[in-house]
Design a protein around this ligand. Structure first.
Ligand code: SF4
Length: 295
Protein backbone atom coordinates (compact mmCIF):
# COMPACT_ATOMS: atom_id res chain seq x y z
CA UNK A 1 0.00 0.00 0.00
CA UNK A 2 1.20 3.48 -0.84
CA UNK A 3 0.89 6.35 1.63
CA UNK A 4 -1.29 9.06 0.15
CA UNK A 5 -0.06 12.48 -0.87
CA UNK A 6 -1.95 15.62 0.14
CA UNK A 7 -3.44 14.90 3.54
CA UNK A 8 -3.04 16.09 7.10
CA UNK A 9 -3.53 14.35 10.42
CA UNK A 10 -5.98 16.14 12.67
CA UNK A 11 -4.82 17.01 16.21
CA UNK A 12 -4.48 14.12 18.66
CA UNK A 13 -7.19 11.96 17.19
CA UNK A 14 -6.39 9.42 14.51
CA UNK A 15 -8.47 11.38 11.98
CA UNK A 16 -7.04 12.44 8.66
CA UNK A 17 -8.18 15.12 6.23
CA UNK A 18 -7.56 14.39 2.56
CA UNK A 19 -6.66 17.47 0.52
CA UNK A 20 -6.58 15.88 -2.91
CA UNK A 21 -10.02 16.89 -4.13
CA UNK A 22 -12.64 19.44 -3.09
CA UNK A 23 -14.48 16.89 -0.96
CA UNK A 24 -11.64 17.23 1.59
CA UNK A 25 -12.95 14.19 3.47
CA UNK A 26 -12.27 13.92 7.18
CA UNK A 27 -11.69 10.20 7.64
CA UNK A 28 -11.65 8.29 10.91
CA UNK A 29 -9.31 5.39 11.55
CA UNK A 30 -10.32 2.28 9.58
CA UNK A 31 -12.54 4.11 7.07
CA UNK A 32 -12.18 5.34 3.51
CA UNK A 33 -13.15 8.73 2.04
CA UNK A 34 -16.06 9.35 -0.32
CA UNK A 35 -14.12 7.86 -3.24
CA UNK A 36 -13.90 4.53 -1.39
CA UNK A 37 -10.22 3.93 -2.18
CA UNK A 38 -8.25 6.17 0.21
CA UNK A 39 -8.16 4.72 3.71
CA UNK A 40 -7.11 5.95 7.13
CA UNK A 41 -5.07 3.24 8.83
CA UNK A 42 -3.87 4.19 12.27
CA UNK A 43 -3.85 7.91 11.51
CA UNK A 44 -2.11 7.64 8.15
CA UNK A 45 -3.88 7.90 4.81
CA UNK A 46 -3.19 5.25 2.17
CA UNK A 47 -4.13 4.74 -1.46
CA UNK A 48 -5.65 1.24 -1.64
CA UNK A 49 -5.51 1.14 -5.44
CA UNK A 50 -1.85 1.98 -6.01
CA UNK A 51 -0.62 -0.54 -8.60
CA UNK A 52 -4.01 -2.25 -8.68
CA UNK A 53 -5.56 -1.57 -12.09
CA UNK A 54 -8.88 -3.30 -12.75
CA UNK A 55 -9.04 -2.19 -16.38
CA UNK A 56 -6.17 -2.33 -18.87
CA UNK A 57 -6.91 -1.94 -22.57
CA UNK A 58 -5.43 -0.67 -25.78
CA UNK A 59 -7.88 1.86 -27.26
CA UNK A 60 -7.99 4.16 -30.25
CA UNK A 61 -7.09 7.62 -28.93
CA UNK A 62 -10.40 8.88 -30.35
CA UNK A 63 -12.18 6.76 -27.74
CA UNK A 64 -10.92 8.93 -24.86
CA UNK A 65 -12.20 11.08 -26.69
CA UNK A 66 -9.30 13.06 -28.15
CA UNK A 67 -9.72 14.04 -31.80
CA UNK A 68 -6.99 16.67 -32.17
CA UNK A 69 -4.14 14.90 -30.38
CA UNK A 70 -2.21 12.44 -32.55
CA UNK A 71 -5.32 11.14 -34.36
CA UNK A 72 -5.14 7.53 -35.47
CA UNK A 73 -2.90 6.51 -32.55
CA UNK A 74 -3.50 3.63 -30.18
CA UNK A 75 -3.24 4.36 -26.46
CA UNK A 76 -2.44 2.07 -23.54
CA UNK A 77 -5.19 2.78 -21.01
CA UNK A 78 -5.53 1.95 -17.32
CA UNK A 79 -8.04 2.53 -14.55
CA UNK A 80 -8.76 1.36 -11.00
CA UNK A 81 -11.77 1.31 -8.70
CA UNK A 82 -13.22 4.51 -7.23
CA UNK A 83 -14.50 7.98 -7.99
CA UNK A 84 -14.88 11.22 -6.05
CA UNK A 85 -18.28 11.86 -7.67
CA UNK A 86 -21.38 9.70 -7.61
CA UNK A 87 -23.14 10.69 -10.84
CA UNK A 88 -26.54 9.03 -10.93
CA UNK A 89 -26.04 8.42 -14.67
CA UNK A 90 -22.45 7.08 -14.43
CA UNK A 91 -21.49 5.11 -17.55
CA UNK A 92 -18.74 3.18 -15.68
CA UNK A 93 -20.43 2.70 -12.32
CA UNK A 94 -19.33 -0.94 -11.89
CA UNK A 95 -15.75 0.20 -11.26
CA UNK A 96 -16.23 3.85 -10.29
CA UNK A 97 -18.77 3.24 -7.54
CA UNK A 98 -17.10 0.14 -6.14
CA UNK A 99 -16.14 1.00 -2.55
CA UNK A 100 -13.23 -0.87 -1.04
CA UNK A 101 -14.44 0.00 2.46
CA UNK A 102 -16.69 -3.05 2.50
CA UNK A 103 -14.91 -5.08 -0.20
CA UNK A 104 -11.18 -4.75 0.48
CA UNK A 105 -10.56 -8.52 0.23
CA UNK A 106 -10.92 -8.21 -3.55
CA UNK A 107 -7.59 -6.36 -3.65
CA UNK A 108 -5.82 -9.66 -2.99
CA UNK A 109 -7.13 -10.96 -6.30
CA UNK A 110 -5.88 -8.02 -8.34
CA UNK A 111 -2.37 -8.40 -9.67
CA UNK A 112 0.06 -5.63 -8.66
CA UNK A 113 1.25 -3.75 -11.74
CA UNK A 114 3.94 -1.22 -10.89
CA UNK A 115 4.43 2.06 -12.79
CA UNK A 116 7.54 0.47 -14.36
CA UNK A 117 5.42 -2.47 -15.55
CA UNK A 118 2.77 -0.13 -16.99
CA UNK A 119 5.45 1.65 -19.00
CA UNK A 120 7.04 -1.69 -19.95
CA UNK A 121 3.70 -3.06 -21.21
CA UNK A 122 3.03 0.09 -23.21
CA UNK A 123 6.42 -0.19 -24.93
CA UNK A 124 6.04 -3.96 -25.34
CA UNK A 125 2.96 -3.33 -27.49
CA UNK A 126 4.85 -0.75 -29.52
CA UNK A 127 2.81 2.16 -28.15
CA UNK A 128 3.84 5.71 -27.26
CA UNK A 129 0.76 6.85 -25.35
CA UNK A 130 -0.63 6.09 -21.88
CA UNK A 131 -4.08 7.20 -20.66
CA UNK A 132 -5.27 7.41 -17.07
CA UNK A 133 -8.94 6.84 -17.63
CA UNK A 134 -12.04 4.63 -17.09
CA UNK A 135 -12.63 5.69 -13.47
CA UNK A 136 -11.56 9.07 -12.05
CA UNK A 137 -7.73 9.19 -12.09
CA UNK A 138 -7.59 11.75 -9.27
CA UNK A 139 -8.52 9.02 -6.79
CA UNK A 140 -5.46 6.99 -7.87
CA UNK A 141 -3.33 10.10 -8.00
CA UNK A 142 -0.07 8.59 -6.67
CA UNK A 143 -0.17 5.72 -9.19
CA UNK A 144 -0.89 8.12 -12.06
CA UNK A 145 1.73 10.62 -10.87
CA UNK A 146 4.54 8.07 -10.53
CA UNK A 147 3.70 6.45 -13.87
CA UNK A 148 3.47 9.78 -15.71
CA UNK A 149 6.70 11.01 -14.13
CA UNK A 150 8.46 7.83 -15.23
CA UNK A 151 7.24 8.41 -18.80
CA UNK A 152 8.96 11.80 -18.71
CA UNK A 153 12.19 10.67 -17.03
CA UNK A 154 14.93 12.41 -19.05
CA UNK A 155 17.41 9.61 -18.26
CA UNK A 156 15.20 6.96 -19.90
CA UNK A 157 14.07 8.73 -23.03
CA UNK A 158 10.81 6.77 -23.34
CA UNK A 159 9.10 9.57 -25.29
CA UNK A 160 5.67 8.43 -24.09
CA UNK A 161 2.84 10.96 -24.19
CA UNK A 162 0.45 10.95 -21.24
CA UNK A 163 -3.29 11.61 -21.20
CA UNK A 164 -5.72 12.20 -18.32
CA UNK A 165 -9.47 11.70 -18.74
CA UNK A 166 -11.08 13.33 -15.72
CA UNK A 167 -14.10 15.02 -14.18
CA UNK A 168 -11.80 17.90 -13.18
CA UNK A 169 -12.57 17.50 -9.46
CA UNK A 170 -9.06 17.99 -8.14
CA UNK A 171 -7.58 20.63 -5.88
CA UNK A 172 -5.24 23.16 -7.42
CA UNK A 173 -1.98 22.10 -5.74
CA UNK A 174 -2.07 18.43 -6.79
CA UNK A 175 -3.19 19.47 -10.28
CA UNK A 176 -0.30 21.90 -10.67
CA UNK A 177 2.16 19.29 -9.35
CA UNK A 178 0.91 16.78 -11.94
CA UNK A 179 0.83 19.11 -14.95
CA UNK A 180 4.54 18.89 -15.92
CA UNK A 181 4.09 15.16 -16.60
CA UNK A 182 0.84 15.26 -18.58
CA UNK A 183 0.52 16.14 -22.27
CA UNK A 184 -3.23 16.13 -22.83
CA UNK A 185 -6.52 16.14 -20.95
CA UNK A 186 -10.12 15.37 -21.68
CA UNK A 187 -12.27 17.00 -19.01
CA UNK A 188 -15.95 16.23 -18.48
CA UNK A 189 -18.10 19.31 -18.06
CA UNK A 190 -21.37 17.72 -16.96
CA UNK A 191 -23.58 20.82 -17.08
CA UNK A 192 -23.14 24.54 -16.62
CA UNK A 193 -25.12 24.55 -13.45
CA UNK A 194 -24.05 24.06 -9.84
CA UNK A 195 -27.44 22.60 -8.92
CA UNK A 196 -26.96 19.78 -11.46
CA UNK A 197 -23.48 19.07 -10.08
CA UNK A 198 -24.74 19.00 -6.49
CA UNK A 199 -28.01 17.13 -7.06
CA UNK A 200 -26.98 14.51 -9.61
CA UNK A 201 -23.22 14.15 -9.08
CA UNK A 202 -22.43 15.29 -5.55
CA UNK A 203 -19.81 17.58 -7.07
CA UNK A 204 -18.74 21.20 -7.46
CA UNK A 205 -18.76 22.89 -10.86
CA UNK A 206 -16.40 25.70 -9.82
CA UNK A 207 -13.60 23.19 -9.25
CA UNK A 208 -14.01 21.74 -12.74
CA UNK A 209 -14.09 25.24 -14.26
CA UNK A 210 -10.91 26.10 -12.37
CA UNK A 211 -9.24 22.91 -13.59
CA UNK A 212 -10.12 23.81 -17.19
CA UNK A 213 -8.75 27.34 -16.69
CA UNK A 214 -5.44 26.07 -15.28
CA UNK A 215 -4.95 23.44 -18.01
CA UNK A 216 -5.52 26.07 -20.70
CA UNK A 217 -3.28 28.63 -19.02
CA UNK A 218 -0.53 26.03 -18.74
CA UNK A 219 -0.90 25.40 -22.47
CA UNK A 220 -1.66 21.69 -22.27
CA UNK A 221 -3.79 20.09 -24.94
CA UNK A 222 -7.41 20.07 -23.75
CA UNK A 223 -10.63 18.65 -25.14
CA UNK A 224 -13.92 18.92 -23.23
CA UNK A 225 -16.77 16.41 -23.16
CA UNK A 226 -20.39 17.28 -22.44
CA UNK A 227 -22.79 14.35 -21.99
CA UNK A 228 -26.20 15.61 -23.08
CA UNK A 229 -29.12 14.09 -21.12
CA UNK A 230 -32.61 15.02 -22.24
CA UNK A 231 -34.62 16.84 -19.53
CA UNK A 232 -31.64 17.02 -17.17
CA UNK A 233 -29.01 19.29 -18.72
CA UNK A 234 -30.68 20.31 -21.98
CA UNK A 235 -31.32 24.00 -21.26
CA UNK A 236 -30.13 25.71 -24.43
CA UNK A 237 -29.34 29.09 -22.84
CA UNK A 238 -27.27 27.41 -20.19
CA UNK A 239 -25.40 25.41 -22.83
CA UNK A 240 -24.73 28.60 -24.80
CA UNK A 241 -23.20 30.09 -21.63
CA UNK A 242 -20.99 27.01 -21.34
CA UNK A 243 -19.77 27.43 -24.90
CA UNK A 244 -19.11 31.13 -24.31
CA UNK A 245 -17.13 30.26 -21.19
CA UNK A 246 -14.96 27.87 -23.23
CA UNK A 247 -14.59 30.33 -26.09
CA UNK A 248 -13.29 33.01 -23.71
CA UNK A 249 -10.23 30.84 -23.20
CA UNK A 250 -9.82 29.50 -26.69
CA UNK A 251 -12.24 29.34 -29.59
CA UNK A 252 -10.16 26.51 -31.09
CA UNK A 253 -10.88 24.33 -28.07
CA UNK A 254 -12.41 20.96 -28.99
CA UNK A 255 -15.87 20.18 -27.58
CA UNK A 256 -17.42 16.72 -27.74
CA UNK A 257 -21.18 16.54 -27.27
CA UNK A 258 -21.87 12.98 -26.32
CA UNK A 259 -25.09 11.00 -26.56
CA UNK A 260 -26.26 9.59 -23.21
CA UNK A 261 -27.78 6.18 -22.63
CA UNK A 262 -29.54 5.21 -19.38
CA UNK A 263 -27.13 3.73 -16.87
CA UNK A 264 -26.93 3.23 -13.14
CA UNK A 265 -29.61 5.09 -11.12
CA UNK A 266 -31.06 7.56 -13.59
CA UNK A 267 -33.85 6.58 -15.95
CA UNK A 268 -34.08 8.54 -19.20
CA UNK A 269 -34.36 7.97 -22.91
CA UNK A 270 -31.23 7.89 -25.06
CA UNK A 271 -30.53 11.46 -26.18
CA UNK A 272 -32.55 12.13 -29.36
CA UNK A 273 -30.35 12.72 -32.39
CA UNK A 274 -32.37 15.84 -33.22
CA UNK A 275 -31.49 17.35 -29.82
CA UNK A 276 -27.81 16.53 -30.32
CA UNK A 277 -27.89 18.32 -33.71
CA UNK A 278 -29.51 21.39 -32.11
CA UNK A 279 -26.80 21.51 -29.44
CA UNK A 280 -24.14 21.04 -32.10
CA UNK A 281 -25.50 24.11 -33.93
CA UNK A 282 -25.45 26.17 -30.72
CA UNK A 283 -21.86 25.14 -29.97
CA UNK A 284 -20.76 25.99 -33.51
CA UNK A 285 -21.84 29.62 -33.00
CA UNK A 286 -18.98 29.89 -30.46
CA UNK A 287 -16.41 27.15 -31.10
CA UNK A 288 -14.67 25.96 -34.24
CA UNK A 289 -14.17 22.33 -33.29
CA UNK A 290 -17.34 20.55 -32.22
CA UNK A 291 -18.06 16.84 -32.55
CA UNK A 292 -20.97 14.57 -31.73
CA UNK A 293 -20.08 11.33 -29.95
CA UNK A 294 -21.79 8.00 -29.19
CA UNK A 295 -24.01 8.36 -32.26
S1 SF4 B 1 -9.78 11.98 -3.08
FE1 SF4 B 1 -11.27 10.67 -2.01
S2 SF4 B 1 -10.69 10.74 0.15
FE2 SF4 B 1 -9.65 12.44 -0.87
S3 SF4 B 1 -11.03 14.20 -0.57
FE3 SF4 B 1 -11.51 13.29 -2.57
S4 SF4 B 1 -13.19 11.84 -2.18
FE4 SF4 B 1 -12.26 12.33 -0.18
Amino acid sequence: MQEASYYIRLSNENKTKCLLCPKECVIVDGKTGTCGVRKNIGGKLYSLVYGKPVAIHIDPIEKKPLYHFYPGSKIFSIGTFGCNLSCRFCQNYDISQFHLDENSEILEEIKFVSPEEVVGLCLHYGLKFIAFTYNEPTVYYEYMYNTAKLCKDPMRNYEIKTVVVSNGQINEKPLRDLLPYIDAFNIDLKAFNQNFYKRLCNGDIETTKNTIRIIIEEKKHLEVTFLLIEHYNDDKNEFLEMCKFLKEYNEDLVLHISRAFPHYKLNFNPTPIKLLREFYDIAKTQLKNVYLGNV
